[in-house]
Design a protein around this ligand. Structure first.
Ligand code: OXD
Ligand code: MN
Length: 599
């Protein structure tokens, strides 16, 4: 057996993987600055990455993926549990033996002529109670450098694993990038992830969606904790107290923006502040005091670049100013910096687009950056990063917020009646496709707890786990639902969103503290319009028409007909999940339908 590390299980697994993939070299990633510099230099020499203007963007690099490899591939993502029922109807499934046989053939000799990088990484603070260790094997320096930003990597993790510690096994190979043989596969029972024929972040940074959500959700159910697709933020009051909330939204609903929000001036002047603990994933467990405590298992942000600008998210933009890897954005030849749609109104004229072609931003009708182009930025760069970011205990949650993009159906905010009803609210979460932007109500995609593509086991069992968590401790956060995206009949956004969402967060905290009344409706508690502070809000819905209390009343309404239609859709969705839908949620469904019908 080889002696790459002190850990016998790891050495044995490395021997097996080396024999399978047949690399020319094996390099253990220790996380040192010298090693990082050497890898950057090697990636630049081979053309895998481009060094950007080091005066303006120190430590920043650009990478372009293959043009057919630009996003997560849900259709090729599998949960391989012994039975199909364990994976459930919302996941792709294949018999583990069949899948192993298929994959082993694809991995055979796939590292020939290449180096195998062994990345020891920890999700959460190394050695903390939350922490789980992983080893990712990859033949891509881009993956190594991204993992170094996104997770805690290196010798300290091997030390924490010791001679006998367990780890999540992750094997990634670029192979020959054959689209038809692209697989992102999870074997929850074996603590194993295998990814092949992709180089795109969400498919290959195995600590993120694959481990911290799919495998971790499975571990969480078995071990009594939760892995959720949630941002975590802190709200600091003028009195110096900080309360924490976690929030789940489907992709493309502004999670990173909410996580780093800057409150309106009228609040910042009084001393209110938002601090960011995490923008994508929360691991939640019951603390010694019986409350739910959450940590962000990641160490960086893998954010969508287009649309990020000084107005929409100055904190995210500031986070990308050093030590960042940009993927599939525009390269500005004039000063060797980057650009993307929505950064500013001044696209470069002498540039290279995300496909590597010459691009003139003033003349071209094609987009310069891919709509899913990304920045991988260290969390520590964020000007509003929480002082508790590295707290090994995480932060205590006062509220959990669910949300979606609904043109009409959901009001701006409502509170669930209790944890069980809150679980129901999470289970019926949905977003409408952007057809809604032209005024029509778009196609509804149900995305329970924003976990549809990320739950590592049967969705119905996952809901049961939520209900169970509510039984083991009385000290639970309150559960809310928000919708920043109500539209006028003409398709205009009614609520200003962005920093003004703080006004809603303030109401949510007041509810948690029992400081404000609300109206009991069929779907939950809805604010009295007077209780949402509109001070200093000068948003114009259209030229000359300002947002005022009447507009607010409009977006706080419960639209009976839309809700009744939505319940038909929920019925179909629950039917698809089938027998595993907990009886409690069926009861919640019936009760809410009855309340709506009686409206
Ligand atoms: C993400 C996603 O990339 O949710 O975070 O799709
Ligand atoms: Mn996400």
């Amino acid at each position: 057996m080889s002696t790459y590390t002190k850990n016998a299980k790891l050495n044995a697994w490395l021997d097996e993987m080396i024999a399978l993939c047949n690399p020319d070299n094996v390099v253990i990633i220790d996380g040192s600055d010298e090693q990082i510099e050497a890898l950057r230099a090697e990636a630049c020499a081979s053309g895998e990455m481009f060094k950007l203007n080091q005066e303006k963007l120190p430590g920043c690099y650009l990478h372009r993926t293959a043009v057919n490899d630009v996003a997560r591939v849900e259709g090729r993502t599998f949960i391989c549990t012994p039975t199909k029922e364990e994976a459930g109807p919302t996941n792709n499934w294949m018999d583990p033996n069949e899948m192993y046989a298929k994959l082993l053939a694809l991995y055979k000799d796939s590292y020939k002529g290449r180096t195998m990088y062994v990345i020891p990484y920890s999700m959460s603070v190394v050695g903390s109670d939350f922490a789980k260790n992983g080893i990712e094997l990859t033949d891509s320096i881009y993956v190594v450098l991204n993992m170094i930003i996104m997770t805690r990597v290196g010798t300290a993790v091997l030390d924490a694993m010791g001679e006998n510690g367990d780890f999540i096994k992750g094997l990634h190979a670029r192979a020959d990038m054959d689209e038809n043989n692209k697989y992102i596969v999870h074997f929850p029972q074996d603590n194993t992830i295998m990814s092949i024929n992709s180089g795109y972040g969400g498919n290959v940074l195995l600590g993120k969606k694959c481990f911290a959500l799919r495998i971790a959700s499975y571990l969480g159910r078995n071990e009594g904790w939760m892995a959720e697709h949630m941002l975590i933020l802190g709200i600091e009051t003028p009195e110096g107290e900080t309360k924490y909330v976690a929030a789940a939204f489907p992709s493309a609903c502004g999670k990173t923006n909410l996580a780093m929000l800057i409150p309106p001036k009228s609040y910042t002047e009084k001393g209110y502040k938002v601090t960011c603990v995490g923008d994508d994933i929360a691991w939640i467990r019951i603390g010694k005091d019986g409350r739910l405590w959450a940590c962000n298992p990641e160490n960086g942000f893998f954010g969508v670049a287009p649309g990020t600008n000084v107005k929409s998210n100055p904190n995210a933009l500031a986070s990308t100013m050093s030590g960042t890897i940009f993927t599939n954005v525009v390269l500005n030849n004039a000063d060797n910096t980057v650009w993307w749609e929505g950064l500013d109104k001044n696209p470069p004229v002498d540039a290279i687009d995300w496909k590597g072609r010459p691009w003139n931003g003033q003349e071209s009708t094609e987009k310069g950056a891919h709509p899913n182009s990304r920045f991988t930025a260290p969390a520590k760069n964020c000007p509003c990063i929480s002082p508790e970011f590295d707290n090994p205990d995480g932060v205590p949650l006062s509220a959990i917020i669910f949300g979606g993009r609904r043109a009409k159906t959901a009001p701006l905010v409502y509170q669930s009646f209790d944890w069980k009803h809150g679980t129901f609210v999470g289970s019926i979460m949905a977003s409408e496709t952007t057809a809604a932007a032209s005024g029509a109500v778009g196609v509804v995609r149900r995305d329970p707890m924003a976990m549809l593509p990320f739950c590592g086991y049967n969705m119905g069992d996952y809901w049961a786990h939520w209900l169970k968590m509510g039984e083991v401790t009385p000290n639970l956060p309150k559960i809310f639902h928000v919708n920043w995206f109500r539209l006028t009949d003409e398709g205009k956004f009614m609520w200003p969103g962005f920093g003004d969402n703080f006004r809603v967060l303030e109401w949510i905290l007041k509810r948690c503290e029992g400081k404000v009344d609300a109206v009991e409706t069929a779907i939950g508690y809805v604010p009295n319009a007077e209780d949402i502070n509109l001070e200093g809000l000068d948003y114009e819905i259209e030229a000359g028409r300002k947002f005022d209390i009447n507009e607010l009343k409009n977006i706080l309404t419960v639209e009976k007909d839309y809700w009744l239609a939505d319940f038909e859709n929920i019925k179909e969705f629950y039917a698809k999940i089938g027998d595993t839908v907990p009886v409690e949620l069926l009861k919640q469904y019936e009760d809410q339908l009855a309340r709506l019908s009686a409206m």
